[in-house]
Design a protein around this ligand. Structure first.
Ligand code: EPZ
Length: 416
């Protein structure tokens, strides 16, 4: 298993180009299943999760052509052989379940292996299934798979008990070819939802209200191919901004600042210097981080995907900060690893209490999930001595060449 070896306490200074959003590219790739015509998707990040999603489409005999060097993937779902995969791949990434809505909508049938949980939570899909049932699908769970059947889906009024990102995306894709109108209330408002709806409307769908908590979808008879460039990855951008606040001065390029308001606001509250210039944001370490409280919420609240990274920053801040993680039930896996580096963090249920310490020291740590791994990189960059981060495949799921990008602005990260 590959690992990063990080020499700490080098001051970083420079600009980092932000890649396309993983969490936008994945549902957009699934939406391409709604038409038999070719779709061209640009600004797709060459990440492991994207390659696995491409493999999943290929198991459905969907034609794909991904060129990682120019981040463009073309997808043509004109002769899908079986609308169920053997499950060998779907278990690898949860986002594979996002093909359910499109397959059900276009073919009236889908059989997908139940997505597993992951380290941050059980990750249920009950809201997805309730939405499909409201649209008229017959849902059955057996032998580790979900089977979905429907003559033709019919539009319905659906209320989501929780503004789930994945459920919102899956239900929109299912409603896109349903007969009649669907209103989705208490929908997720993340920017990735608006990006997916922008792509679907280019395909001929009739969707309004994306980005608000009420989305209306008028079902279309068929959808045609389209070309789309996904939005920048706001979580990759936020992670590099945190690194600037912790270790020097970092400018992130090609971002949408309006997607980063909670991150900018919290960084300023903690005492970092933040400057927004068009599609660039510069963040500087001011030498004094004053700890504050954080509560993760659905968008436009503070993003859970930035929680571990802020925890890292606060381990060296002054005073005490409390983080309340309201989205996932087990997203403090980085705590044990950070404490091994000298941090002083205690967890009580969904809260973590971080008491600032003067120094962190390098040691051997393990990445347990994508964002916890990013948090360990931030702490390793600030720690005295050398830190070895194992299981970096978790990190590479969401960050393209993070070691190269950091070394280009003064970090010392080796890969073994
Ligand atoms: C998406 O996951 C993102 N993944 C996650 O990013 C992100 O953390 C999450 O949204 C929240 O913003 C992708 O977009 C591929 P949810 P998703 O459905 O859709 C509960 C990363 O680091 N829930 O909004 O799975 C669920 O248990 C990843 O890039 C149900 O109870 O998130 C969780 O507690 C991690 N029933 C909460 O909702 C359901 O049917 C939020 O889940 C669905 C979800």
């Amino acid at each position: 298993m590959e690992k990063f070896v990080v020499e700490g306490q080098y001051s970083l200074n420079g600009t980092v180009e932000i890649s396309g959003s993983k969490n936008s590219a994945l549902p957009v790739m699934a939406a391409a299943l709604l038409t038999e015509e070719e779709c061209k998707i640009k600004n797709v990040p060459p990440l492991r999760d994207i390659i696995i999603m491409e493999d999943i489409l290929n198991t459905l005999s969907v034609k794909t052509d991904f060129s990682p060097k120019n981040n463009v993937i073309s997808i043509k779902a004109d002769n899908i052989s079986s609308v169920s995969d053997d499950g060998s791949l779907t278990g690898k990434i949860r986002a594979s379940f996002l093909t359910a809505g499109s397959l059900l909508s276009r073919f009236g049938y889908a059989k997908i292996s139940l997505p597993g949980g992951c380290s941050i939570g059980t990750r249920p899909i009950d809201l997805h299934l309730k939405g499909f049932a409201k649209l008229g699908a017959e849902v059955s769970k057996e032998f580790g798979s979900i089977e979905l059947k429907a003559e033709r889906l019919k539009g319905a009024d659906i209320y989501l008990d929780f503004p789930s990102v994945g459920a919102t995306e899956n239900i929109i894709m299912a409603a896109a070819l349903a007969e009649g109108a669907t209103t989705l209330s208490n929908a997720a408002m993340e920017p990735e939802i608006a990006d997916l709806c922008c792509f679907l409307n280019k395909m001929g769908a009739e969707i309004s209200g994306a980005g608000t908590d009420t989305i209306k979808i008028n079902g279309a008879k068929t959808l045609h191919g389209a070309c789309h460039s996904v939005i920048p990855d706001r979580i990759e951008a936020g992670t590099f901004m945190l690194i600037g606040a912790a270790c020097g001065a970092v400018t992130v390029k090609n971002v949408y600042p309006e997607h980063l308001l909670p991150v900018v606001s919290k960084l300023k509250e903690l005492g970092a210097e933040v400057e927004i210039q068009g599609e660039n944001i510069s963040v500087k370490n001011t030498g004094k981080i004053k700890n504050a409280d954080i509560k993760t919420l659905p968008y436009p609240g503070f993003p859970t995907d930035m929680q571990p990274q802020f925890m890292s920053l606060m381990t060296l801040g002054s005073g005490t900060g409390v983080i309340n993680e309201t989205i996932f039930e087990n997203r403090f896996l980085q705590v044990g690893e950070l404490n091994r580096m000298g941090a002083d963090i205690k967890t009580e249920g969904s809260s973590a209490i971080i008491r600032g310490v003067d120094r962190l020291t390098g040691t051997r740590v393990k990445a347990t999930d994508l964002r916890a791994g990013a948090a360990l990189i931030i702490s390793a960059l600030c720690a005295e001595g050398t830190t070895e981060i194992e299981d970096i495949y978790h990190i590479e799921r969401g960050y393209c060449n993070i070691d190269k990008k950091l070394n280009s602005i003064g970090a010392r990260i080796g890969r073994l």
